[in-house]
Design a protein around this ligand. Structure first.
Ligand SMILES: Cc1cc2nc3c(=O)[nH]c(=O)nc-3n(C[C@H](O)[C@H](O)[C@H](O)COP(=O)(O)OP(=O)(O)OC[C@H]3O[C@@H](n4cnc5c(N)ncnc54)[C@H](O)[C@@H]3O)c2cc1C
Length: 874
């Protein structure tokens, strides 16, 4: 029930904003039986599409997808007329929605919410509005938009201009006629790029002031694409569901084509297809790795530049329009209709603000460092204070008098991009830390509205009145958002995604980049796990369910999801030969790893016959330090080339020759065959360092998993026999004993590729129960004193994590210098997934840096590097 007492309106929920978000939220909350009042400063519903009326304004996600999906009947009742609907059509649609569901009666237009204060005593929010009406509400939702606060142009003199000034973000409703006028446009982001061709069609003279060129591709607008319409018609629910569980809110097929490894022909074909499609999601997905791999990205970027040079006749202008300072997609990509071609018209001119910045706007025009220009009209297409602008422009005061602006002074901190510690019963739709502007926002908005509504319904059902995230949950989410940001190339650009367009704004990637699907999963998990990470209270009491929802690195989680979706047979259900064949087939499909100077195959003598090896040589004139490397595979699987991507990576990063040895495998050759082979191989490699291009005496023994086991066992034996001299041991998630009772076996024994049953299968193949306490099988139980210095890498979600940590502690106790690298959010296998799990790269870089400190020839440089560029904690 809405109640008005004096000038105070009392409702269950107050909502700010009547755009896509606010309208749907109102519908759902009302249906849930909650009283709601929506406020918008605008004169009508529509949000973005009410304000941005500049000529050429359109959506740039296809209309078939940039639309509500909550009501199949609504979808039947409305049809879009074009592939990319115009602003008037989208506004008409939102008005249609408001009328269809009778939403207007709960919306107050032309009214700004100026302040909101949490009243601790009544556990309610008190809002102050520009209309003079105060509002008291239990829940307060900002549906205030990510791109709703225009950025002030920061250009001196802009108020002096006596001609007409317009902002694309608040274009006059009656339209603007610039026929025959001298027009300046400042800004070449999405709005500028959309409107410039239209203004050029009317103006006598059009001058475009560009600071940063952006990537744009032809929209190829026209009728709705037949293929999409047919897909929708054949199974609308499936189409919508696929979008909800996609990376960006529009379904795309999984793309395994890596730009750096694809042939020239494949690269060209994929690019031309994307260019012809006229869709942002196509150009952003030419290669599966272009968002994370600078080299792949550069291939696509250069192809776009070629297109620009092919369209724009004047080479100097073309070059100015070519973006060189950011990877494609790291800033908002644009869709245009005739943008580049506009610069071929004789009355259109491009001014490069990088070489000749604006010094001032004058009464009659614009002065740059090079000249004075006269104009009748100046159009500012200078963008928005994105993501946080609308949220911090309201004085929102939470617990203890702290405002949201103060809390976010050093960058936004949220739980799920929706809620914040210190701000009970407060929700920010499409807020920072959620996919929002990196996605098809229609999909993300519906997801947020549904989640918030379901949350309020559940609170009521459980007898709670307040909900607030815990500090642990919020910190965990911030870390998760930052982990995602660290993977992609977004951080390399000065974009509004990064807050870089607003002076003084904290530089960070504001949206959640790990995907709409991953994000939806996280939100669903929180709800399914009894609102994990929230503290709820009410007349029935208080309940805190503390925890962190996402701890895996986002790309590790994505790989695990893909693997789970493949429903692969468990290795331990196979025979050893079948398991080997299976692994070989899996390995054949992975990216090969970075280039190294040379790869040589050879054999070395082992105790029971020759052992094949593969040598990876780094660039540069040798000799180089040497790593004797033993592959993973539980003493049963693997070969000299089964860890090839990791070996190449280790070689390229560390500058060491890596010799990967094919030791004997169980069950044909059981314990201690592998250990004996490893020792023989290490001895031979040490004795033949010169032959291998290595520096005699500069030898580290390394291995992953079971390979780590035999590597360290070889070190034990070398110490005992006094030969060979080993500088150090590098043990990646090693097996150090066979105890399955450690917590990591329970926590991580299922669902992280290496499972507890598989590890048991490996042990059973390798050695008898009675042999498993033998230090040659379980080095943790050996005498560790006098072993070479060790680098031990453990992974958070590895069943072997705790035995790795136990080995670190035991080595330390024995006086062995140990460097422990604890890989947060990683699994037993993820660190070796070169070019697939990008978050592993920083761990491998740290490993390589530490490895170099073990070699006398590289130690000094490595130590200086380590001191200067201490890698981020992992
Ligand atoms: C030109 C342009 C094109 C776009 N094209 C696309 C596209 O193709 N695909 C896509 O996914 N996204 C696009 N977007 C993003 C777009 O903003 C969202 O898709 C969507 O419209 C946002 O809806 P919303 O309701 O969350 O916010 P908005 O539409 O921004 O509505 C927020 C409303 O809140 C009101 N408001 C804010 N603060 C207050 C306050 N303190 N008091 C009162 N009222 C307040 C504002 O007046 C505004 O009307 C585009 C954005 C722009 C600017």
């Amino acid at each position: 029930m809405q109640q008005v007492e004096g000038s105070v309106l009392e409702v269950d929920v107050a909502v700010v904003g009547a755009g896509f978000s606010g309208l749907y939220l109102l519908k759902r909350l009302r249906e849930a039986g909650l009283s709601v009042r929506v406020f918008d400063a605008a004169g009508d519903v529509g949000g973005t599409w009410f304000w941005n009326r500049y000529p050429g304004a359109r959506c740039d996600v296809p209309s078939t997808d940039y639309t509500y999906s909550f009501d199949p009947e609504l979808e039947q009742a409305w049809s879009w007329s074009e592939k990319y609907a115009t602003q008037p059509e989208i506004l008409e649609y939102l008005r249609f929605v408001a009328n269809r569901y009778d939403l207007r009666r709960d919306i107050t237009l032309g009214t700004r919410v100026e302040a909101a204060v949490w009243d601790e005593a009544s556990e309610r929010w008190r809002l102050r509005t520009s209309g003079g009406q105060d509002v008291v509400c239990r829940y307060y939702v900002m549906a205030s938009g990510c791109l709703s606060v225009p950025k002030s142009p920061d250009i001196p003199g802009s108020d002096r201009f006596v001609g007409d000034s317009y902002w694309t973000s608040s274009w006059p409703h009656e339209g603007v006629d610039v026929t025959g006028k001298r027009v300046a446009v400042i800004g070449t982001g999405s709005s500028g790029i959309q409107t410039i061709p239209h203004l050029a069609a009317q103006a006598a003279q059009l001058t475009v002031f560009q600071r940063t060129p952006n990537f744009s591709l032809p929209a190829r607008n026209g009728p709705l694409p037949a293929e999409r319409v047919a897909k929708l018609a054949s199974d609308r629910p499936a189409y919508r569901e696929a979008a909800r569980w996609s990376l960006g809110g529009v379904h795309t097929e999984p793309n395994q084509v890596f730009g750096v490894y694809a042939s020239e022909e494949v690269r060209r074909q994929r690019f031309e297809d994307a260019w012809a499609a006229g869709e942002l999601f196509a150009i952003l997905d030419v290669f599966g790795d272009q968002a994370v791999n600078p080299a792949s990205n550069e291939i696509v970027s250069e192809m776009v530049r070629e297109k620009i040079r092919g369209i724009v006749h004047d080479p100097a202008t073309a070059e100015l329009l070519c973006p060189h300072d950011h990877p494609l997609g790291s800033k908002r990509c644009c869709l245009d209709t005739g943008y580049y071609d506009t610069f071929n018209q004789p009355h259109v001119r491009l001014v490069d603000l990088r070489s000749t910045p604006i010094t001032t706007v004058t009464e009659i025009g614009i002065d740059t460092t090079a000249e004075s220009m006269g104009f009748d009209v100046i159009v500012y297409a200078t963008g928005f204070d994105a993501m946080t602008g609308a949220l911090v422009s309201v004085d929102i005061t939470g617990r203890n008098g702290v405002t949201l602006k103060e809390k976010w002074a050093d960058g936004p901190s949220t739980y799920l991009g929706l809620t914040a510690v210190g701000f009970p019963n407060f929700f920010a739709l499409t807020g920072p830390g959620s996919p929002s502007v990196l996605s098809n926002m229609a999909v993300s908005i519906e997801q947020h509205v549904d989640w918030v509504t379901d949350c309020l319904i559940r609170l009521r059902a459980d007898g709670f009145q307040t909900i607030e995230p815990t500090p642990l949950a919020e910190d965990g989410w911030d870390q998760h958002v930052a982990d995602g940001a660290a993977i992609t190339l977004h951080q390399t650009a000065n974009s509004w995604y990064m807050g870089a367009n607003v002076a003084g704004k904290k530089r960070a990637l504001y949206p959640y980049v790990a995907g709409v699907d991953q994000y939806r999963w996280a939100c669903d998990q929180v709800a399914a796990q009894d609102y994990l990470g929230f503290r709820r209270s009410g007349p029935t009491g208080e309940h805190t369910n503390d925890g962190v929802v996402c701890q895996l690195q986002p790309d590790v989680k994505r790989v695990l999801d893909v693997v789970a979706g493949m429903q692969l047979p468990a290795l331990e259900t196979m025979s050893a030969p079948d398991a080997r064949a299976f692994m070989d087939a899996m390995n054949a499909a992975r990216p090969p790893g970075p280039e190294v100077a040379e790869i040589v195959d050879g054999v070395l003598p082992g105790p029971a016959g020759d052992l094949p090896y593969r040598l990876y040589r780094p660039a540069g004139t040798g000799p180089h330090p040497v790593v004797a490397y033993f592959h993973g595979g539980g003493w049963v699987l693997g070969s000299k080339e089964s860890d090839e991507p990791f070996c190449r990576d280790l070689c390229a990063r560390s500058g060491a020759v890596v010799v990967s040895v094919d030791y004997r495998h169980a069950p044909q050759d059981r314990f201690p065959a592998a250990a004996d082979d490893a020792f023989a191989a290490v001895s031979w490699i040490a004795d033949n360092a010169i032959l291998l291009g290595g520096i005699p005496g500069e030898l580290v023994v390394a291995g992953w998993s079971a390979g780590g086991n035999v590597a360290t066992v070889a070190c034990h034996r070398a110490r005992d026999e006094g030969h060979p001299q080993i500088r150090g041991q590098l043990l990646l998630t090693p097996a150090t004993d066979s105890d399955p009772n450690r917590p990591s076996y329970t926590d991580n024994g299922d669902g992280y590729v290496l499972t507890a049953p598989l590890m048991r299968w490996f042990w059973e193949h390798y050695c008898d129960e009675a042999q498993r306490q033998d230090p040659r099988a379980a080095p943790l139980h050996g005498d560790l004193a006098g072993l070479p210095p060790a680098i031990v890498i453990t992974a958070q979600f590895d069943p072997l994590r705790d035995e790795g940590i136990a080995y670190v502690e035991a080595l330390q106790a024995a006086g062995v210098p140990v460097q422990h690298v604890s890989a947060r959010g990683h699994t037993h296998t993820s660190l070796t997934m070169v070019d697939v799990v990008i978050s592993g790269a920083q761990v491998r870089e740290e490993i390589a840096q530490r490895l170099r400190t073990l070699f006398p020839s590289t130690a000094t440089v490595a130590a200086v590097q380590a001191a200067g560029t201490e890698p981020a904690p992992v």
